[in-house]
Write a protein that binds this ligand. Structure first.
Ligand code: GDP
Length: 464
């Protein structure tokens, strides 16, 4: 169906990440009708090893004519349909680094395989019915996941936790459609349509669609991560905070104001969610040109952030400069970080907390002593859960494409409801119902166009 592949043609690719001089194993993978024949030509398995499906052979990959050995390797043959693509698949498990896998791949291509396109193995798995589209997308998500929670959501998708309910909803819509169409075609022979039952069923489908749609925000968060900007005037301890948090020395801690000229980024994981932390130079008016660039960047970073950690120095209290910065970021979700708490007396802390700006979320830290980091993480998780993620208590997390199709299905279903309430003829009911069925089918791939497939699979890496 797609121009991207001719079924059965043998494709080959390096399936593992390849770094010169690194990696202990590299895999070259072939799929298609000639995969096994090509493996026979290239692989020499000494002794009495049996060429059997799903059995590992030990031996050498050799040039078929010159017999020159290019690698010592293991060979795994998986005969159709018990393979990733449901075609004959062969894997050469080579030594790591770049040369062994490249030379083995080259030999496969000389013997008639062609280089696979991005995602082509998974596309074949989809076209051969081994995976539906949500599962194929989950594989891409799993490879790209940056936190345990993201990986979990991808695995849930791979296990069909999205596909199963979507298929069920589509099947209910198809049943309703059949009921209605029967009334259109054989009006006299059948009892009248149970309109109340149809309305109730539609209501249920709509509720479930809405429920699944609520996981879109979580999906977005798991895929792109939460962007957190640490802002505050110079010297309040922003870099120290990031240092304590990431327990690394990425940010330079110094006594000189304004030395964090640029935005330093760190990737952390909080409660299973990937968090990208932007440490910025203090936001303040400045005449120093270099620092000004930093200030502009930090201002932009705060704008781009999902959450702002507004950091202040406890020993200085809430200063005018803090107020200025607050005004620049106040439209963003904020956690107030009261740092250097070790420098103030115990009873001062309480007055400080009540006096300081009435931001709901505030925590006390002593970054230089690694204190308060747990409270910081708790506050971040609270901010996430009281925010737009509240409704997302499913373990799946839909992506943008799935969200768009579900929204389309929702709109169509609402239109059917509207048509029914207006008492329009049955023909009209079917139009939007078909729209909903189409949209749900696009999610699982039961109804999908070639361009959608191209868009999905081109994001994969070659060899996947
Ligand atoms: P930034 O300019 O906001 O990034 O501030 P830095 O992280 O560079 O910290 C400025 C100074 O404050 C450094 O000398 C830090 O050691 C010190 N500092 C940071 N956090 C704390 C803290 O919690 N307590 C105390 N006493 N000093 C701190």
């Amino acid at each position: 169906m797609s121009q991207r592949i001719v079924q059965g043609e043998t494709i080959a690719a390096i399936a593992t990440a390849v770094v010169p001089q690194q990696g202990s194993v590299g895999i070259v993978r072939m799929s298609g009708q000639d995969a096994i024949a090509i493996a026979y030509t290239l692989f020499h398995a000494p002794g009495h090893q049996v060429w059997e499906t799903h059995r590992i052979l030990y031996g050498y990959v050799r040039h078929p004519q010159t017999k020159q050995v290019v690698d010592e390797a293991l060979l795994l043959m998986m005969q159709a349909p018990r393979s990733y693509t449901r075609e004959d698949v062969v894997e050469f498990h080579c030594h790591g680094g770049i040369m062994p896998v490249q030379q083995v791949l080259q030999l496969c291509i000389e013997q008639g395989a062609r280089l696979a396109q991005a995602g082509e193995f998974t596309l074949r798995a989809f076209l051969n019915g081994r995976l539906d589209l949500t599962q194929a997308e989950s594989i891409g998500d799993l490879v790209g996941s940056r936190s345990p929670a993201a990986a979990q959501a991808a695995l849930a998708g791979l296990q069909g936790k999205l596909a199963v309910p979507i298929r069920q909803l589509r099947s209910t819509c198809l049943d309703i459609l059949a009921e209605i169409e029967a009334r259109i075609d054989f009006e006299e022979d059948l009892p009248p349509l149970d309109e109340a039952a149809v309305v109730a069923q539609l209501e249920q489908v709509l509720a479930e669609v809405t429920h699944i749609l609520a996981t879109a925000d979580r999906g977005e968060l798991l895929r792109t991560g939460l962007k957190v900007a640490i802002v505050g005037r110079p010297n309040v301890g922003k870099s120290s905070l990031l240092n304590a948090w990431s327990r690394s020395d990425r940010a330079i801690v110094t006594d000189l104001p304004g030395t964090t000229r640029d935005v330093v980024e760190s990737q952390l994981v909080v409660g299973g969610i990937p968090v990208q932390v932007l440490d910025t130079a203090g936001i303040r008016e400045t005449v120093d040109q270099v620092e000004k660039i930093g200030v502009e960047r930090s201002h932009r970073a705060a704008q781009a952030a999902d959450l702002v950690l507004l950091t202040i120095d406890a020993s200085a209290g809430w200063t005018e400069a803090d107020q200025e910065i607050y005004q620049q970021v106040q439209h963003r979700p904020i956690i107030l970080v009261i740092n250097k708490i070790d420098l103030v007396e115990e009873e001062q802390k309480n007055t400080l907390q009540s006096k300081i700006h009435n931001l709901k979320s505030k925590i006390l830290t002593a970054a230089a002593q690694n204190q308060g980091i747990e409270d910081l993480e708790t506050a971040i998780l609270e901010a996430i859960h009281t925010g737009n993620l509240k409704a997302a208590n499913l373990d799946i997390a839909i992506n943008q494409r799935q969200s768009a199709a579900l929204t389309q299905a929702k709109t169509s279903l609402q239109q059917v409801q509207e048509t029914i309430s207006q008492q329009l003829p049955l023909d009209f009911w079917t139009i939007d119902l078909r729209g909903a069925i189409q949209a749900l089918g696009e999610i699982t791939g039961e109804e999908v166009t070639e361009s959608v497939l191209d868009r999905i699979f081109s994001r994969f890496c070659i060899g996947k």
